[in-house]
Ligand binder design. Structure first.
Ligand code: GDP
Ligand code: IMO
Ligand code: MG
Length: 430
């Protein structure tokens, strides 16, 4: 029975967390299926701001069981700090379930993420330096430590000794760093077990029990389509599969468990870190500055300024296909309110003069494309109080209709401010 995926259609920070939070009211489980604390999902409820990294965005509802699935990579100290933060704000976190199969981010992963970025110099990826890539790499190499390994101190130590020998060799000999101490790592990680043990569970079983009972299960994507390891702008991607297909491996369900796929689309585009971005507005461009300022486009966790640009419908159409989106949800429409005119990229022009209606697979082509824009009038007035589509000015409705047509699937939600109640349900979804 019904599984719904919330997936980013751009380069992240589309506002996935706020929609997961909105839809979680009707759900019994909210499941993260990939990524780690490279994610930053901001939710605003009654003026209170919750910045989440690892804990699924459904945690704010008492009836929701938040689940960290097997496909997630977990830094246990970060998880505990996040639970403490939530508890301090009066949120009960005892319902959280943590997959025993999720991989642990270890101190050498974080260290390697830092030193390899430095080593890449000009060619750096601009990672969050949270150890995400190295942890997924070890998972694929089959030398990762998993959450369940914490439950047996002897096994944990054996696995650590095996892998640390190689990691220390690389850290010391390749990167000229001090080796890490196995005793210290063991002591730190095993000391966290009392806090984590009550949360560790067979999350695949939990998800299937809920699905079999006909309960709503929401799968919360982190990162986004163009940060996908296989389908994103490689190598400027993250090391997991945020696309809807990632739910199958990262949560342990088959494709038929998924009924709805909601692609979250920011009304413009942002990107953090390096990599191609066809509709990017150059540094210093007044519109770009306005988007960053009005949209508060700075990383939730890292504080980094996000690169701004116009909405790219070529990428959107492709994201709809890659995720088989049943619908889209548009966020941050209010950020566009002061702009006299709005541009939407409807095609690319290649270096060879060729017109591309789809995302070119070859990176040398993609890196050089020029966007072909259609220009629409702005609406010149604040819309953050809108609660129904009728409250929006005609130009805003035209903009939305245009985006919906280009996406090729219905637009079911639009948000006009960060708050839970600043969500407009589009007529078709009612
Ligand atoms: P996520 O990573 O996709 O969950 O998105 P983030 O939370 O990292 O970034 C989205 C940012 O935009 C957050 O600061 C949200 O509070 C904010 N936000 C979300 N929806 C809206 C909206 O409709 N309007 C405005 N102005 N801000 C929004
Ligand atoms: P949410 O879930 C935006 C970017 C990083 C970098 C690249 C690889 O909040 O949308 P990593 O640390 O994952 O190895 O970095 O991916 N990145 C994100 N950008 N939002 C995110 O998450 C991101 N998570 C990773 O900036 O370019
Ligand atoms: Mg974010």
């Amino acid at each position: 029975m019904p599984g719904t995926v919330i997936v980013g259609t751009q380069w992240g920070d589309e506002g996935k967390g706020r929609f997961v939070d909105y839809l979680a009211e009707q759900s019994s489980l909210v499941v993260r299926y990939q990524g780690g604390h490279n994610a930053g999902h901001t939710i605003v409820v009654d003026g209170e701001v919750f910045a989440l990294q690892l804990v699924p965005s459904g945690v704010l509802y008492r009836h929701v069981t938040p689940v960290i699935g097997n496909g997630v990579v977990v830094d246990p100290a970060v998880l505990i700090a996040e639970l403490d933060m939530l508890e301090a704000k009066g949120v009960d976190t005892s319902r959280l379930r943590l997959s025993g199969n999720a991989h642990l981010i270890m101190p050498y992963h974080t260290e390697l993420d830092r030193v390899t970025e430095r080593y890449l110099g000009q060619n750096k990826l601009g990672t969050t330096k949270r150890g995400i890539g190295p942890t997924y790499a070890d998972k694929a190499l089959r030398v990762g430590l998993r959450v369940q390994d914490l439950l047996d101190a002897k096994i944990f130590r054996q696995k650590l000794d095996l892998v640390l020998r190689e990691k220390n060799g690389v850290l010391a000999k390749v990167y000229n760093r001090l080796p890490l101490d196995a005793d210290e790592i063991c002591a730190t990680y095993l000391a966290m077990l009392p806090r984590l043990e009550p949360l560790i569970d067979d999350t695949v079983h939990l998800v299937h029990e809920a699905l079999d009972a006909g309960q709503e299960v929401l799968f919360e994507g982190a990162q986004a389509t163009y940060l996908d390891l296989d389908h994103g702008t490689y190598p400027f991607v993250t090391s997991s599969n945020p696309i809807a297909g990632g739910v199958c491996t990262g949560a342990g369900v088959g494709p038929r468990a998924i009924e709805r796929v909601i692609g979250v689309v920011k009304a413009y585009t942002t990107r953090v870190g390096s990599g191609p971005f066809p509709t990017e507005l150059a540094d210093g461009d007044a519109t770009g500055e306005a988007l960053v300022e009005r949209g508060h486009e700075f990383g939730t966790n890292t504080g980094r300024r996000r690169r701004p640009g116009w909405l790219d419908a070529v990428m959107l159409r492709h994201a709809v296909r890659l995720n088989s989106c049943s619908e889209i949800a548009v966020t941050k429409l209010d950020v566009l309110s002061t702009l006299p005119e709005l541009k939407v990229c409807v095609a690319y022009e290649g270096d060879d003069g060729k017109r591309y209606e789809h995302v070119p697979y070859h990176q040398s082509v993609l890196h050089k494309v020029r966007p072909v824009y259609e220009t629409l009038p702005g609406w010149g007035g604040e819309i953050d109080g809108a609660t129904r589509v009728e409250d929006l000015p005609p130009e805003a409705r035209d903009y939305l209709r245009f985006v919906e047509e280009l996406a090729g699937v219905p637009m079911t939600f639009v948000s006009v401010g960060p708050s839970r109640d600043q969500t407009v349900v589009m007529p078709r979804a009612a």
